[in-house]
Write a protein that binds this ligand. Structure first.
Ligand code: ATP
Ligand code: MG
Length: 292
């Protein structure tokens, strides 16, 4: 039994965004301008940028919420697994791309945790004999087995975020888009969510796209980084290459991880020649080498 219902076609890009510009009907300027990016099947992409930079709008372009739900002036094209999002019904896109929205309360449909997870599984026609296994597995993966029978309105913001992630993970889509899913979680729970996404990505090849404020955490897990600035894609590429633009990112008002600032300072003084570290092990190696 494959992990997901719709495997990507071989060699197909999961997401292809071409010359994409979008202005909300009620907006005065485009929320996104001339975006070009492709995301390979199985990639793990982090999106960062200041408030209002267009991060959520970019996720809406990838999961069909634009043009399915939000209307506006739309230029260029977005393809999801080879399907043009203008020509494809939103529920078809949703069966390929699972979404955890920034406003998770708006996404919750049930009043009890178990029903929230069951709703999606039944909606997508998952066979009955598979459902119990999927619910148990998703709850365990998010560390919330004890919340199974709880009423959602009695949960903390962080617990609700874990429920939202569990209900998408249970669906086993080909790609998961998450918009700040750890905003209300403590560092340990945030790390747990990233470790889970990383496992799913590695074991099943699920494409992950995640908007995240905790840049150091993001850089430790993501393979690529997209930096948005006032609706423009300022940088997009492998994490290390994007972090090499630390100074430029800081000038956009984006706080790069401290280990990247340290790398920048050491490089500028000629004390270290290596690439920017993306985790604490690499940072330690850099510090040792610079002190020799
Ligand atoms: N539903 C909407 N209708 C009209 N304008 C919108 C809508 N949603 C977002 N915008 C505008 O589009 C631009 C991009 O917003 P978006 O929510 O994508 O940014 P963001 O990077 O996700 O910000 P945040 O970090 O605050 O979540 C902003 O100028 C915002 O005001
Ligand atoms: Mg947002």
């Amino acid at each position: 039994m494959p992990w997901c219902i719709f495997p990507a076609d071989k060699g197909q890009h999961m997401i292809r965004i071409s010359d994409f510009t979008f202005q909300y009907d009620s907006g005065r300027t485009p929320a996104l301008q001339n975006i070009n990016m492709t995301i390979a099947d199985g990639d793990f992409v982090g999106i960062i940028g200041n408030s209002g930079a267009g991060k959520s709008t970019l996720t809406y372009a990838m999961n069909g919420v634009i043009p399915g739900f939000y209307r506006g002036d739309y230029y260029g094209s977005v393809e999801v697994n080879g399907m043009d999002t203008v020509e494809t019904r939103p529920e078809i896109i949703a069966s390929h791309v699972g979404s955890v929205f920034q406003d998770i309360d708006a996404q919750m449909v049930a009043s009890v945790v178990e029903d929230e997870i069951l709703f999606g599984l039944e909606n997508f026609g998952i066979p009955h004999d598979e459902i119990e296994g999927r619910v148990t597995e998703a709850l365990a993966a998010c560390g919330i087995e004890d919340l199974r029978m709880r009423h959602i309105d009695t949960l903390s913001g962080g617990q609700r975020q874990k429920v939202a992630v569990a209900s998408i993970v249970a669906l086993r889509p080909r790609m998961i888009v998450l918009d700040e899913p750890t905003g209300e979680l403590d560092p340990q729970s945030s790390e747990q969510i990233f470790a889970l996404l990383s496992d799913i990505n590695r074991v099943y090849g699920t494409t992950i796209v995640i908007v995240e404020q905790k840049i150091a955490l993001l850089c430790a897990y993501a393979r690529k980084l997209a930096v948005l600035d006032h609706g423009h894609l300022a940088f997009f590429g492998p994490v290390r290459e994007v972090l090499a633009n630390g100074r430029a990112m800081e000038s956009l008002g984006i706080h790069v991880p401290r280990i990247v600032s340290l790398h920048q300072a050491l490089s500028e003084r000629g004390w270290y020649q290596g690439t920017a570290p993306v985790n604490m092990d690499e940072a330690e190696r850099m510090a040792r080498e610079a002190m020799q």
